[in-house]
Write a protein that binds this ligand. Structure first.
Ligand code: DMJ
Length: 680
């Protein structure tokens, strides 16, 4: 062998089998020129004209494209940890004072904030270092395609047509609010409710309301209005579902139609225990009859293991517990056994998708990874199924997942990566840590499994406590202006001051842990984070939180919270009201009820659809045209309204119902019993 000559090197590099790369290029250029010369003058002029046109269009559309790219990329927010400005330190305990801005209610009272929220610029910008690379994994959140972050969030807003009869100031003039506002979008009518007046009392309502099955939750007189308002909201949502989407997965309230995800009557099953808890007997009985006569899992359909477990299996199990009706346990058993093929993988880490009719399972088309939160947030349900059926296989498969994850290398002070490989059983895409999408309920279920099993499984507790320490050390920061505490994200040692609304489950979970004897500083952090989640609502013009908030680390008199164009949507998510429920239960501080009440009013004002149902919206910053998305997620009925109801209900009068030392709520708000004796 001899070293290759320069000519050999060039020909190898340019990939020409004959070593004639340069010559070939020359010939190609010559023949192009010859062809151009062969064209008639007319043909040449036409081609030049077309090229000029293309150039003009390109120049004209550049600014809007640039705007879109900016919205899609949040790479500029990534901060190198070593670049954090002085004073931006983790909040490590009670010492950190929360100086929250004065609460602002109603669309017009927030800090000066136009429909376009300016990015922090110039001196207000924290150190904005570019990351080495920016994976788009953050854009792929858990959930159905429709739940994924919409990079074109403003599309619907743009072509929405609206008429706001009262000028849309919302809340400035109480009298105006008394007149129902009619907002017409795309030919559909959204009816905004009264927001400043209490709804009719229970006495007034009772005449029209169907009799309750069993009054499961008694309410004290002072709270009747709010509880009844939640019942009203549920009835309104259910009306739309019943009329236009009965037996289907989700209501599309604007087009008065339905959407199918798995074809399992998702909204209906997710709502069963909510109806029972709210005492809506007639609605419950109708739904039960559908489960009895129509619901069949013997269908050739691919379902997502996690979503089906938390919504359908969880919903059936909790309804069985509340009602004692065998029908629901039978259905749960049938479904549980059909989900089991997901666990037949080389690593025992389950696949994301199962065909419940064929008994086959597979990962998503593009990867052999599963999402970490998905494989570690099915345990409460499978363990409970084993306990009820005395069939150990369900708890065995999910306990094995926890055992594997417990001893897996690649964690960062208890924080876990977002993906795990179903072949190797190892974490993948290491080095990215978030409490938001794809990791959130891993942390929630560590604590809740420990509680479910009577606080006897030490590995779960150990992992949970270590994770909370990791969160405090690496992810918790405070904003510069008002010292709002938030949980950011970490990617390869770069900190991003960005928090998903999904993270707002954390105050509730931390409070639940503290209530169960874990360190009091967990509760301190819960109080601070609860305030921040509240601010994510009240600082928006609609009083509703965006899907993702960005926080300002710079000490300045600028804003604390920013929202990017792609993150302005609200999917009727429950996490904040869920945490408010826990915070109120444990502190009895009525401000948490008031915050929940404000949220319900904002839902009524900006997402309630005339004719029935509530809709996700595109833009929480635009009270004039929030941009309905035409979708009511099943968790709005399964979780959001249930937690609001429980928040306003007088729990003291319900010593035996849904007490937090008797029940643990799964991540879809389905209450499951805490076991009377430890797991075997
Ligand atoms: C729900 O399905 C569950 O709460 C899940 O854990 C997270 N996402 C949705 C609600 O936002």
């Amino acid at each position: 062998m001899y070293p290759p000559s320069r000519k050999d090197f060039v020909s190898l590099t340019l990939g020409d089998p004959h070593g004639n790369a340069y010559n070939n290029g020359k010939h190609r250029r010559q023949s192009c020129w010859r062809k151009w010369k062969q064209l008639s003058r007319l043909q040449r002029s036409l081609l030049l004209f077309l090229l000029a046109l293309l150039l003009i269009f390109g120049l004209l559309s550049y600014p809007s494209l640039r705007q879109q790219w900016r919205g899609l990329s949040d790479s500029e927010d990534w901060l190198d940890l070593k670049d954090l400005p002085p004073g931006v330190n983790p909040v490590l305990g009670p010492a950190a004072a929360v100086k929250a801005p004065a609460p602002v209610v109603g669309p017009h009272l927030g800090p000066a904030q136009g429909p376009e929220v300016p990015e922090p610029r110039g001196p207000n910008i924290a150190v904005m270092a570019k990351p080495p690379f920016k994976k788009k994994t953050f854009l792929n959140m858990r959930g159905p395609p429709g739940l994924q972050r919409d990079a074109n969030a403003s599309d619907t807003v743009a072509d929405g047509r609206k008429e706001l009869k009262d000028g849309g100031d919302g809340g400035e003039d109480k009298d105006k609010d008394k007149d129902k506002k009619i907002v017409s979008w795309r030919g559909a009518v959204i009816e905004a409710d009264q927001v400043t007046e209490a709804p009719p009392s229970a006495v007034q309502k009772d005449a029209a309301a169907p009799p309750a099955a069993t009054v499961l939750v008694e309410v004290s007189p002072g709270r009747v209005d709010r509880v009844e308002a939640v019942r009203d909201a549920f009835r309104h949502a259910w009306k739309g579902y019943k009329e236009f989407a009965w037996g289907h997965d989700e209501l599309k309230p604007i087009s008065k139609s339905f959407g199918e995800w798995f074809g399992l009557g998702l909204t209906l099953i997710d709502s069963l225990d909510t109806m029972w808890i709210l005492g809506l007997k007639e609605e419950f009985d109708e739904a039960k009859s559908w489960v009895d006569k129509e619901l069949s899992f013997n269908r050739n359909v691919d379902v997502n293991l996690f979503e089906t477990t938390i919504r359908v299996l969880g919903g059936l199990l909790s309804t069985y517990h509340l009602t004692g009706e065998q029908l629901f346990l039978d259905k749960a058993k049938d479904l549980g056994s059909r989900l089991m093929p997901a666990f037949k993988t080389p690593s025992k880490i389950p696949f994301s998708d199962v065909n419940i009719g064929k008994g086959t399972a597979h990962p998503p088309r593009w990867t052999s990874d599963s999402t970490l939160a998905e494989v570690t947030s099915i345990q409460l349900e499978f363990r409970e199924l084993s306990r009820l059926t005395q069939e150990p296989q369900y708890q065995e498969v999910v306990n094995e997942v926890m055992r594997l994850v417990h001893k897996l290398p690649g964690k960062h002070d208890g924080l876990v990566p977002m993906f795990i490989n179903t072949n190797s059983g190892q974490f993948s895409h290491k080095g990215v840590f978030t409490l938001g999408a794809r990791a959130d309920s891993y942390y929630e279920y560590l604590l809740k499994q420990w509680i479910q099993g009577g606080k006897t499984e030490d590995d779960l507790l150990e992992d949970y406590i270590q994770a909370v320490e990791g969160v405090k050390k690496h992810l918790v920061r405070q904003t510069g202006p008002s010292k709002l505490t938030f949980v950011g994200e970490l990617s390869h040692n770069r900190f991003n001051p960005k928090m998903d609304h999904l993270v707002c489950f954390l105050p509730g979970t931390l409070a639940l842990g503290a209530h169960n004897g874990l360190p009091v500083d967990h509760m301190d952090l819960a109080v601070q984070l609860m305030e921040t989640c509240h601010q994510m609502y009240v600082q928006m013009e609609t009083g509703l939180s965006p899907e993702i908030a960005h926080f300002n680390l710079q000490a300045s008199d600028s804003r604390d919270v920013f929202v990017k164009p792609a993150d302005r949507h609200n999917l009727l998510r429950p996490e904040t009201v869920e945490s408010l429920f826990y915070m109120y239960r444990f502190t009895k501080d009525t401000k948490y009820r008031d915050w929940g009440w404000e949220i319900l009013q904002s839902f009524n004002k900006y997402t309630k659809v005339s004719g029935g149902g509530y809709t996700s919206i595109n833009n929480v910053l635009d009270p004039v045209n929030p941009g309905p998305r035409d979708k009511m997620e099943s968790f709005f009925l399964g979780e959001t309204l249930k937690y609001l109801f429980l928040l306003f209900s007088d729990d003291d009068a319900n010593a035996d119902l849904l007490r937090l030392d008797k029940y643990v709520f799964n991540t879809e708000a389905h209450p499951l019993p805490i076991w009377p004796s430890p797991p075997k």
